[in-house]
Design a protein around this ligand. Structure first.
Ligand code: C5J
Length: 221
């Protein structure tokens, strides 16, 4: 059994092969000016801070040949998978599907919808396209995890309280042992990030564990 020092208590996994790194939505649409996050009025520069931590986890998983799954939030060009409730929410000038400086906002295949170059997947690595906030909804993620025999998920990415937390809760309900990497996730709202860290590990890890990148790397070493 491998023991990873975490909160609220040690996180344990039987084999490295059963652990996957999940990198949520590290896309230009959320991290760069002119994308979806910016259109909603957020300071997107805040999210850049976690890129080095995610890079170091990505490298550690690549070095060990362990499963890495990235997600991207985006919609089909005809917006058939975007409910009007989602498109209209926020009353912003630029809505999902509108042309922006990086192409159409939150549309799959547009330049702004791509994963940032610093975290670009290597050939063969899995990228899940998702129309919702949770990565299990309307995607093949569940089947892929089962095929690979995954039981433990390490979560990173943005934003902590929206797509990361939604996916972590979906995974927890499906029986996965989930850990959120504290300094590898970020929010436009620092207080929401802090609240998320506290709520997932409260009540004896009711949603899951939290640990730092250094603690995860120590367990992988
Ligand atoms: C949002 C996300 N915040 N990736 N998406 O709309 O968290």
């Amino acid at each position: 059994m491998v023991t990873l020092s975490a909160q609220p208590y040690d996180y344990e996994f039987p084999t490295y092969d059963g652990v996957a790194l999940i990198i949520i939505d590290m896309q230009r649409d959320f991290l760069e000016p002119g994308g979806f996050g910016d259109a909603l009025g957020n300071d997107v520069s805040r999210l850049q801070a976690v890129v080095p931590a995610i890079q170091s986890l990505q490298q550690a998983f690549r070095d060990r040949n362990l499963l890495i799954i990235q997600t991207v939030e985006g919609h089909q060009p005809d917006l058939s998978d975007c409910p009007p409730s989602k498109r209209c929410r926020g009353q912003s000038a630029l809505k999902i599907g509108d042309p922006g400086p990086m192409g159409r906002i939150l549309v799959l295949g547009e330049p702004g919808n791509a994963i940032i170059p610093a975290l670009a997947p290597q050939p063969g690595e899995i990228v899940i396209e998702k129309p919702g906030k949770g990565a299990f909804y309307a995607t093949p993620l569940g089947g892929i995890l089962q095929e690979h025999g995954i039981t433990h998920l390490l979560f990173t990415g943005v934003t902590t309280e929206v797509c990361v937390q939604t996916t972590m809760r979906e995974a927890n309900d499906r029986g996965y042992e989930c850990l959120l990497v504290e300094d590898a996730t970020e929010s436009y709202f620092p207080e929401f990030k802090q609240a998320t860290l506290e709520m997932v590990r409260a009540q004896g890890a009711i949603v899951g564990w939290t640990a730092t990148t250094a603690q995860v790397l120590a367990a992988l070493a």
